[in-house]
Ligand binder design. Structure first.
Ligand code: FMN
Length: 174
């Protein structure tokens, strides 16, 4: 699969079968995350892999939506603010940029393996912190729901709703 094909194929999936994800595929997702670039190569990410009933229930408590219930796998993607690069000139913390890149690496890797995924950020971070024992300096950035889509055609039939190039691109100057 070419990169344009992979990008076209990735879509937020919110309808999963409960079929467990093969351990080899879970490892592949984590490895593709591990290889993501980061500012100064600090790699400030941590991944909490959640497959147990107890863990999945805890995810539901931070993000109570019926559609996540069957998902067999969640990856809680966390960032370590103590490890992220802060630019000297203005102290800008680059954690969020690093995390966005690693999250998309994992979602694209999932897509390539015919796994549906959805990035979830609209969750209760306090419940999440308590449920998964996150230390103070570790920020829960996103929960990735992952599973085989109930309808595998979702990869090819979902229209892309995006702004046109002319709406977002400027040449030479804003
Ligand atoms: C940073 C970020 C946060 C998101 N949070 C949620 C979320 O909490 N719940 C949800 O259902 N989708 C969430 N999404 C998925 C977006 O709604 C989705 O990516 C967007 O509508 C584009 O659709 P597509 O992913 O199918 O191309 C999030 C996506 C991103 C990038």
């Amino acid at each position: 699969m070419t990169f344009p094909e992979l990008v076209q194929k990735r879509v937020s999936v919110r309808d999963y079968t409960s079929q467990p994800i093969e351990e080899q595929k879970i490892n592949q997702l984590l490895d593709m995350g591990r290889l993501a670039p980061s500012a100064v190569n600090y790699q400030p990410w941590r991944f909490v892999v959640i497959t147990s009933d107890k863990g999945r229930q805890a995810v539901y408590s931070c993000y109570p939506r019926e559609w996540i219930k069957p998902a067999p796998l969640f990856i809680l993607v966390c960032g370590n603010r103590d490890e992220s690069w802060k630019r000297k000139t203005d102290n800008k913390d680059h954690l969020d940029i690093d995390m966005g890149i690693v999250i998309e690496h994992i979602c694209l890797a999932a897509t390539e393996l015919d796994l549906g995924s959805c990035i979830i950020c609209n969750f209760d971070t306090e419940i999440c912190r308590a449920s998964f024992n996150l230390p103070e300096n570790i920020e829960p950035v996103a929960i990735l729901s992952i599973g085989y889509p109930t309808n595998p055609d979702i990869f090819t039939t979902t229209p892309k709703k995006r702004k046109g190039i002319s709406e977002i691109v400027l040449r030479e100057s804003f």
